[in-house]
Write a protein that binds this ligand. Structure first.
Ligand code: PRP
Ligand code: URA
Length: 209
């Protein structure tokens, strides 16, 4: 069964509180979302394999470490996942970025797919799916279905805020996928919004309504 990790790092929690506030404007919301994503990526990449390389410093030869293996794939779920990409790329600039476009039908809350473009060699890369919100779980489950249909085998899901309902559905649908969160909230409301959540992440990131 997939594991769920909630990052309690004070910097992550502090910045998350800031973006939850309804008076936080688009500029700050965008900046902080990227900053949180970067901090979470730092924790998530702790396990990356290293190999030894020989380098010459100005003083002597040294045996040092460098990250080995294929570059990571970062997969934002459009639109709101885009708000996390720059913060991750600041830390992992060589990562490949794929896009999965989904929106939630406002009536049925079911995900509707409208765009998919993935990096090459999906089956050989570790893929990190990113989206600020895991609400009913429908969007993240479908995005991971898309990745698996394209051959992905090693997938992680990184979200800022989740509802327990979405986490349970995700664990059931994709038990091989670990979930990384900044917060596990209380519940979903009758419109499928996370309570207390932070509102509509896409609208707050892009200044739309
Ligand atoms: C939001 C959010 C997730 C989805 C979560 O996207 O960014 O993708 O809802 O809800 P779920 O877990 O119930 O599927 P939305 O559909 O509002 O599209 P947007 O990012 O284009 O605004
Ligand atoms: N999508 C959002 O952007 N916010 C929620 O609370 C739920 C889904």
């Amino acid at each position: 069964m997939g594991k769920v990790y909630v990052f309690d790092h004070p910097l992550i929690q502090h910045k998350l509180t800031f973006i939850r506030k309804k008076e936080t404007g688009t500029k700050e919301f965008r900046e902080m979302t990227n900053e949180i994503a970067g901090l979470m990526a730092f924790e998530i990449t702790r396990h990356l394999p290293l190999r030894e390389v020989e380098v010459e410093t100005p003083v002597a030869k040294a045996t040092c470490k460098t990250i080995s293996g294929k570059k990571l794939g970062i997969i934002p779920i459009l639109r709101a996942g885009l708000g996390m990409v720059d913060g991750i790329l600041e830390l992992i600039p060589a990562a490949k970025v794929g896009h999965v476009g989904l929106y939630r039908d406002p009536e049925t809350l079911m995900p509707v797919e409208y765009y998919v473009k993935l990096p090459k060699d999906v089956s050989e890369r570790e893929m990190i799916v990113v989206d600020p919100m895991l609400a009913t779980g429908g969007s993240a489950i479908e995005a991971i279905n898309v990745l698996k249909r394209n051959g992905a085998k090693n997938i992680k899901l990184m979200c800022l805020v989740a509802a327990p309902e979405g986490v349970d559905k995700m664990k059931e649908a994709h038990p091989d996928v670990d979930i990384y969160l900044a917060a596990m909230d209380e519940k979903l409301n009758e419109k499928g919004y996370i309570v207390p959540g932070l509102g509509d992440a896409g609208d707050r990131l892009f200044g739309t309504k």
